[in-house]
Design a protein around this ligand. Sequence first.
Ligand code: HEC
Ligand code: HEC
Length: 339
Amino acid sequence: MKYSLILFSIFLLPFLIVEDTKPSVDKHTPVAEVLKKLGDKSITHQVNSGLKGVSVENGKQLFFEGFSKSANGKKSKKQSKHFVCTSCHNTVKEDPNLSISDPQARLEYAADKNIPFLQGTTMYGAVNRTSFYNGDYYKKYGELVNSARNNIREAIQLCAVECAQGRRLKHWETESILAYLWTLELTMDDLAISNSEYETLTAAVDNGANQEKAVDLLTGKYLQGSPATFIAPPEDRKMGAANITGNPANGKLIYDLSCKHCHEDERYSFYKLDDTKLSFDHLNKHFGKYSRYSTYQVSRWGTSPTAGKKAYMPQYTEERMSVQQLEDLRAYIKQKANK
Ligand code: HEC
Ligand code: HEC
């Protein structure tokens, strides 16, 4: 009797304890799964994987390369001649704190991780969002935004045709991209959740206690949609934004992580930019002018695709590049041009 008790303590008790304390919510749990367990039904875009040809690999290849193999094994026609999805979107986390959209925090984070700083929002966590093309995007795309606002499939399609200036995606292609995006969903680890908040959430999942409050707690930790505010170039382009002094070191980060992403080696544009004096001189000369080469002009209004030239430059919203950051870029370009 005594022996069996000792054996029990040594061998079985630890297992029982481990079993007992394994939490139902930990840092590896997908956020969408926790929400579902809390009775939340806001995410409605699960993948229809029954459709022929649908796979994560196909979606990933479409996203990075613009084509993939269809269900019958044939290579699909390239989605766009001008862009791939990664021209304008990251696929990794790009904001240190997912509950705010702060371009300076994002720029520093991008520099630290060596990822691009772009006009489109990252697809990391896109499936956790419930609204798309938010804020001022209706001014650019009009009625097209209505169907995409609360429907990620329509958002993908709108972007393929309007942003990427390519053909419409087939049903299995959209579904494959969606399947790929689900591999980029948020897990609890991505959110700033304290130990006591973990306890609250676990209790709500396990005992059904205060589930609505738990949903609010969780959804308060990340943005359900990416905000977008269109802003104009400064009133006086020659002078630049009033009362702001540009910081060239910060401007260099923008030039390297953003402008060069598309313009170096003419990757997505025929307008070539690099670290030569020629590039800086040209940008500097036009920056504050009313010209097609003005960085104020192209950053805030973008350029428009035309019939003969469909590659265009997407604008930066205030959330994707601040007024201060644009002045920082100007200061950097000026410094390099005057060397
Ligand atoms: C030329 C740039 C560009 C290309 C190429 C592009 N996008 Fe976008 N995309 C944008 C911009 C700008 C937005 C506006 C909203 C945002 O992301 O902040 C957007 C929005 C989106 C959204 C909605 C995101 C949100 O949270 O509002 C999805 C989904 C999306 N794109 C998917 C794609 C896919 C899939 C492709 C490739 C087939 C693609 N995009 C190609 C620039 C681009
Ligand atoms: C997502 C890709 C992308 C990014 C990022 C980007 N551009 Fe562009 N840009 C383009 C495309 C595409 C055009 C269209 C003109 C072309 O292809 O020749 C363009 C056009 C321009 C033009 C006008 C050229 C002309 O021939 O009229 C300037 C100037 C310019 N970009 C500067 C910049 C600067 C400065 C930055 C960084 C703040 C930047 N671009 C970031 C893609 C981009």
